[in-house]
Design a protein around this ligand. Structure first.
Ligand SMILES: NC(=O)c1ccc[n+]([C@@H]2O[C@H](COP(=O)([O-])OP(=O)(O)OC[C@H]3O[C@@H](n4cnc5c(N)ncnc54)[C@H](OP(=O)(O)O)[C@@H]3O)[C@@H](O)[C@H]2O)c1
Length: 340
């Protein structure tokens, strides 16, 4: 395992992040405690230090399992990321949302479940469309000054909100968001429209969730194997199956698992990317860990791009075309330095 810097920070995290949404057997799926421990053992033995959870995963069981594991292991080795926002108490109107009261309450609960004094990376989980972004950043900065959190990050939020937040934080001398967690895979490329260019601009690392599209991109559903994806899901529709077949074809040519191709694709898109890989069985994690040895060549990247490309829509498509025209005026286009 190699290590990467998380966004504009000096924090070293493993090139794969372990997703733990499936730690716990609530709702009839997921790994029990013993299997979760085996998965974390295998991840740590491979050098993995970056673990992703949330207050809400398995209604707190995921954090509890991780807490028990790290309290018997080396807490300082791990970079623990958790999230706040989602409801974990139905009788309290402020037990959900991005507001400061919920942030403080949720962090205290997470610290107890995780059996630790500090969270390394705290994500806002999902934008609530209500709380002012300055309230969020000021709250996160206070937690950092209190030593309860080391770094701030954000997930599932419109690009303009994150951009406003980071700009404000820079002006105010507050800690900025260093990582952006979004659904991103060969079956979900819409973050390429606004979110990923924004992350590049602010030097944020993108941490794609569901990089295997919940398991669909491993090709197991094509083989008739089952998992937790419902048959009516978009991840199994005709277009998704067409893309998955190309992933399987390339994997067969390379003699690797389709999941390796899908994971590696998210890491070779020209921006800082650390996919969050979920596993509910030890064998799945062992397979996924091997993806770090793969490098896709230009031809494979081109085929994967062509099969999964989405229109940028407005204004992306419009201004990309117009930019050439605008900059070509007077024959200057090839003489002007281009930014990414
Ligand atoms: N910020 C957010 O809103 C958000 C949302 C979702 C997830 N996340 C984070 O992202 C992580 C990953 O999300 P995810 O679990 O949906 O994504 P994923 O990595 O795309 O899918 C993981 C699932 O794929 C299957 N799988 C994994 N490796 C496999 C292999 N080698 N062979 C066959 N099947 C394999 C397993 O499904 P089965 O269990 O069905 O076998 C596993 O649970 C989560 O654990 C969580 O930490 C964040």
């Amino acid at each position: 395992m190699k290590y990467k810097l998380l966004g504009r920070s000096g924090l070293k995290v493993s090139e794969l992040c372990l997703g733990t949404m499936g730690f716990g057997t609530e709702a009839n799926w997921g790994a029990d405690k013993r299997t979760s421990f085996e998965i974390m053992d295998a991840f740590a033995n491979a050098g993995g230090n970056f673990i992703d959870t949330a207050n809400i995963y398995k209604l707190g069981t995921s954090e509890k399992i991780i807490g028990e594991y790290i309290s018997n292991d080396d807490r300082d080795f791990f970079v623990l990321a958790t999230k706040y926002t989602l409801l974990d108490n139905r009788t309290n109107p402020n037990a959900s949302g991005n507001n400061r009261k919920n942030m403080m309450r949720s962090v205290e609960e997470s610290l107890k479940r995780l059996q630790t004094d500090f969270i390394d990376v705290l994500y806002l989980h999902i934008w609530d469309d209500i709380t002012p972004i300055d309230e969020v950043l000021r709250g996160l900065d206070d937690l950092i000054r209190q030593g309860k959190v080391n770094y701030a990050a954000i997930s599932d939020t419109p690009a303009w909100v994150v951009a406003k937040g980071n700009t404000l934080a820079e002006l105010m001398g507050w800690s900025q968001f260093i990582a952006l967690q979004v659904e991103y895979s060969l079956l979900q490329r819409t973050p390429e429209r606004e979110l990923i260019p924004m992350a590049k601009h602010f030097g944020m690392t993108v941490t794609p969730w569901a990089p295997l599209a919940g398991g669909a991109l491993t090709g197991k559903y094509l083989r008739g194997d089952k998992g937790r994806i419902k048959p009516e899901s978009n991840r199994l529709n005709d277009n998704s199956m067409r893309i998955t077949k190309e992933v399987v074809a390339i994997a067969d040519e390379l003699g690797v698992s389709p999941g390796h191709v899908a994971l590696q694709w998210t890491r070779q898109q020209g921006f800082s990317s650390i996919p969050i890989v979920g596993a509910t069985k030890l064998s799945q994690l062992e397979d996924n860990l091997q993806s770090v040895d793969l490098v896709l060549n230009e031809e494979h990247l081109r085929r994967l791009d062509e099969t999964s490309v989405i229109p940028l829509g407005f204004p992306g498509d419009f201004f990309k075309e117009e930019a050439v025209r605008i900059n070509s005026f007077g024959g200057f286009y090839d003489r002007v330095e281009k930014r990414n």
